[in-house]
Design a protein around this ligand. Sequence first.
Ligand code: MG
Length: 402
Amino acid sequence: MNSRSFILSALLLGPAAAAALGAASTGNPFYGDPPDRTHPWAIHDRNRPQPPRVEPGTPSTQAQPGRPPSDAIVLFDGTAASLAKWESDTKPGTPPEPSKWIVKDGAMECVPKSGYIRSKEQFGDCHLHVEWAAPVKVQGNSQGRGNSGIFLMGLAEVQVLDNYDNPTYADGFAASVYGIAPPLANALRPPGEYQSIDIVFRRPLYRDGKLIDPGYITVFCNGVLVQDHTPLEGPGGHLKRSVARPFPDRGPLKLQDHGNPVRFRNIWYRPLPPRAAEGGTDGALTPEATLAKRKEIAAGLRAAAEKLPAAGTARFLQLAESLVYENETATAARVEQLAAAYVASLKAHAGGAVEAKKGEAKSVQRALAYLARHGVVAPSYAPKSDLDAFTKARGWDDEKKK
Ligand code: MG
């Protein structure tokens, strides 16, 4: 919250509520713009889930791989045991075979002519971390020097190549999406040193045979952005122009044997949450998906409201909040009844005793104003008009007018 919005909320909510907002509160209902046709969440929605906690990892050095973040699924940790998470990339329909690559000095090394390897683990959208090192002994040039490859889902290749001092065709450069997009920069370290590669991969999405999201690859090479949300045009590949096509939901990670003893270490991934187009609820959704999520949030609020005390305003306000997500007839009728009963109870407080109710009444007034402002209730909503008239008569609106 910036200082301007803090002052605004202090004015809108009162200092106590604004202070609470800055503390442990996850926010206030009846605050930011409500959900709309393609967004199930309100702006600053307190019902929106908190981000899951992830313990960050530690950076790698040349001598030592870093520790992966706490939610990473480790595919290779430098031990011979973790090579068992990989197998030879045998042809479909043939039995799996153990990988022939070797583990040496905390790395797995491609044994030339032994074939590609693939992870037994299958996954789709991910944040993938890989460290690789080209052979210290420089041999060959262009595509022949320190060539391997990181094949996401076994399909799209992020090129592994010793291009430290070795030109080649740009769309086959290290960290290119091979056959599709050159990297934005050559941020390689010299051969023999580990290159740290982070990839954010989103596979293409199709619905009813129609492309709805081409899929994207973002790559950081040694911390330098080298692929910036590059759209996939199919999986890419050698010689032929790539054609967009559906990917499966999951696939193995494959590493290429291109005849060079390239080493790999510290390989892990973190699965990514679904995009809006495939069931996620962040970003712009279809109207149908938005409606379904809004109904779900409303139902959750209504169920939770029943557990709140019947006395006071908490249950009533929570039911009112549910109407912001789904203006359901029975709940709307109940809210109107509770609102009318609340205003009647205020009026029944004699003399000075009602002053103690000022803060509570103002919070109900703000809630009703929000509902009217956003069309959840009519501008002529009777409990609102009654409450507005009541607070005005008590002089409770004066401070707002200053
Ligand atoms: Mg390659």
